[in-house]
Design a protein around this ligand. Sequence first.
Ligand SMILES: [Zn+2]
Length: 292
Amino acid sequence: MHWPRRPETTVTQALDVCCTGMRDDAEETRLRDRLVDMQTAEASYQRRAEDGDLHGLLTEPGLRRHTNDNPDPDKQALLRIYDLGMVTRKEGRALYDRIKARALYGNCPLCGIGEVDTLDHYLPKAHFPLCSIMPINLVPACMHCNHDKGPAVPGSPDTQPLHPYFDQLGQGRWLVAEILPTTPVAVRFSVQALPEWSDELAVRVKHHFIEYDLDRRYGLKAAVHLAGRRHRHRQLLDMGAELLRETLREDAESWMQSNPNAWETALHFALADSDWYLTKGLDEEQTLHPDV
Ligand SMILES: [Zn+2]
């Protein structure tokens, strides 16, 4: 997964842009009257998140979480300014599109395989209306991940979703794969915590992996890839198992340069390390003829 860079645009600038072209003067005044609250929320958000206390955001007073006991009187206006001012009207839409475009290759940072087609509110706007147009709360995402996101308000720090703008996973390789000796070949993906991670971060990354169904989703990608490479791998195997192993390792190293935690990187290292794949994995009888 490639984390996008954090947007530099502030909530102050976002509100200005989102109010451009607005025809309801009373609603605009109502929203502008809340700018100080939005600025306070943004400063609190940034401070907590940079301190590594994302779970603390849920109870941070500066964010003024909307609850039945403590409702935000402007909740509906704050939701509308996102839907109409940022998603729909062209001035705000330009900002929306700029944040989406921060995802490398248009790839969803949460899964690394989906195409970015929306912005995900890291803190859900229904619970945190003051964060509805706050750029640091808006993360490019694919529809799958946007839909799959777990409970709106995680119950513990261990289940706090990863935040691409604030969580630091480092440069090491933590996504690993295992080749399963099955017909057709199957691949299991998992997370191997890096030594520099805290226990809490290790649990959160594993939770993220499960929450976004990444073992299954990467496994499907790997199955298609292996079917497509099967003929080539057999050709190389005919020239010697070590040649195939070396080629797989070179492919892994090449993927590694691009992204140490791409599913392709993990897959190719696992294939190169799999004696089973290099001996029996490419047998003719492994060829898949799916019953349709
Ligand atoms: Zn995704």
